[in-house]
Design a protein around this ligand. Structure first.
Ligand code: HEM
Length: 168
């Protein structure tokens, strides 16, 4: 209470999000989503790739775009670590749009590409964990549940043999 509670809140009071909905809509065009279940919605591979797919794009309001999630309203939160990426655009398609074909690092960040991959992996793993903290327990318990069911089936089989042995 002394170190974390600066507002005099009581135990059991709710924590309010520090980004008000109306202000966020004004700043980013929409409210940033609740990420607690995002790994279950999008999957870990998607999040990992998303965090690595931001590139500079002057035409976007915040100067960022994303190869995986085109025109996402989110600025790249990790640019200092990753460095700056530019998009390589392909030839115009039938309606004259040029799609992003690849990304190149044009300015190094504070981390090497390998270190940044690890950073993106750590964040993704955390979001995966947050999506279902009990997953590891559930998986390790699952083995025992299956073993129990196998043993029970075996006992039921023996019991059936016992009941039916005099029926001809
Ligand atoms: C490491 C930190 C962050 C992570 C892991 C993260 C992750 C994500 C993910 C996975 C989405 C996609 C959600 C979907 O499927 O619709 C998203 C969207 C979004 N994020 Fe972030 N985010 C981070 C930081 C931020 C920051 C710092 C801001 C604002 C300053 C922000 C603003 C937004 C907004 C506005 C969207 C909605 C994008 C759209 O639908 O166009 N995020 N974020």
């Amino acid at each position: 209470m002394k170190n974390l509670n600066f507002t005099g809140a009581k135990f059991g009071e709710q924590i309010q999000v520090s980004m008000p909905h109306d202000a966020a809509t004004k700043w980013f065009g929409k409210m940033p989503p609740d990420l607690s279940l995002i790994s279950r919605v999008r999957g870990s591979d998607w999040i990992y790739t998303y965090l690595k797919s931001f590139y500079l794009d002057e035409s976007r309001p915040l100067g960022w775009n994303n190869k995986l999630f085109p025109n996402a309203s989110m600025p790249n939160p990790l640019w200092q670590m990753q460095g700056l990426q530019h998009a390589e655009l392909g030839e115009p398609d039938a309606i004259g749009e040029r799609h992003v074909e690849g990304l190149t690092l044009v300015q190094a960040g504070t981390q090497t590409p390998a270190q940044f991959d690890q950073t993106a992996r750590d964040i993704t793993n955390f979001l995966e964990y947050a999506g279902e903290p009990a997953a590891l327990k559930r998986q390790s318990m699952g083995v025992w549940v299956i073993l129990f069911l196998v043993a029970l089936t075996f006992l039921a089989y023996l019991l059936k043999q016992e009941y039916w042995k005099d029926v001809h």
